[in-house]
Design a protein around this ligand. Sequence first.
Ligand SMILES: Cc1cc2nc3c(=O)[nH]c(=O)nc-3n(C[C@H](O)[C@H](O)[C@H](O)COP(=O)(O)OP(=O)(O)OC[C@H]3O[C@@H](n4cnc5c(N)ncnc54)[C@H](O)[C@@H]3O)c2cc1C
Length: 395
Amino acid sequence: MSGLFVASFLRQIGWDVDVFERSPVELVGRGAGITTHPELLEALEKSGAGTRDLGITVERRITLDREGRVIGERHLPQILTSWDRLQRLLRETIDPAHYHLGHTFERVEQDGDGVRVHFSEGRVEDADLLVGGDGIRSGVRAQIAPEVQPIYSGYYIWRGAPNEADLEPQTLAEIFPYFTFFLPERQQVIGYPISGFNNDLRPGHRRYNFIWYRVGDAQKLKSMCVDEHGHQHDYSVPPPLIRRDLIAQIRAEAETIMPPVFRDVLRKIGRPFFTPIYDFSAPRIVYGRVVLVGDAGSSSRPHMGFGVAKAGGDAQALADALRERSDIDAALAQYDTVRQPVGECIMMHGRKLGTHLGVDLKTEEDRRMWKLLQSYEAMMDWIAVPNFLAAYNVR
Ligand SMILES: Cc1cc2nc3c(=O)[nH]c(=O)nc-3n(C[C@H](O)[C@H](O)[C@H](O)COP(=O)(O)OP(=O)(O)OC[C@H]3O[C@@H](n4cnc5c(N)ncnc54)[C@H](O)[C@@H]3O)c2cc1C
């Protein structure tokens, strides 16, 4: 996503940009839901991607108790979209001749005036600038700043997105139209509607995005990262390889923990999968003529649902700096000065919200936040709400 944003913003200011994507096939089918923010909508509009058929607007947030009764609500209109929809809109801004699938970044050399980039498949490219938008496990960052490593938060989420058509009438009536919370001790269950296959927004054809936060230390995560065939993975397990015994275990636990509507949602997910939560912020996001954007430069815990908005903001700031200054190196220094603190601030905010789960509370401030977030009212006011950055005076 950040690579596509960068390409569209830099082309607007007259740069020739090529996007190299590791995947040999078009990236589709990542069913994840994405909450939107004003900053994301602005970046989509300005990049030329637009916000056509972006998603589903929910009007309200609700919190349920164990029996499924609504114990709190908030009026908070918000558009919920999906990774697929955003990728499609952004992908359409790029001339296919400048989008190259099946190219894996391998290494970069630089001489002060430009870069030479080597791809594993053999291609070599010379350019003024290399922008690493290759995600939280960035290979570009691994070469230029190997000391910067994502940090495990001490919790992970189980996820899935069942079809609207498979859900029980009670689930459809009581939670499907809303951004819904269920908050057992040291856990969070969050659900909201997203579009169906091929961005289908018609009632009856949509899906329900389900997220269940669970606490587990590094040892527990290591054991979960042994896959169905007994192979140990380093950070996470590709969804089709997640062990069936783990899935059976969470299904059984849900039966005793969750209200009936969320039990229904989980039962209708064919193959739930887990994502361990990591974060980090690189102390610099410019290294000579190599620049980091999006999750490659900093990545936060997903409590704000702001990662794609941050990617769009990075790309905009990079293009603004390069438009305002004819000296490329001065422009990159400006980008670093403006955006590195933003990434760090977002990461720190994510840690604040993560205190709800009660992991590793080190400071008085951590404990104060933890206490505040034990109230479901506070959770509805803090989790994934728009305009949270305004409190920090950064943008
Ligand atoms: C559970 C969860 C929920 C989230 N919810 C939200 C939300 O609600 N709202 C939101 O805005 N954000 C959310 N995010 C964050 C969001 O998904 C990320 O911030 C966003 O995807 C970052 O985009 P990116 O382009 O920087 O990185 P990525 O999306 O990781 O993309 C990196 C790309 O680089 C490619 N690549 C990797 N290595 C190489 C290589 N060596 N050579 C070439 N290509 C390579 C990859 O194939 C990929 O296409 C969530 C994240 C998680 C984990």
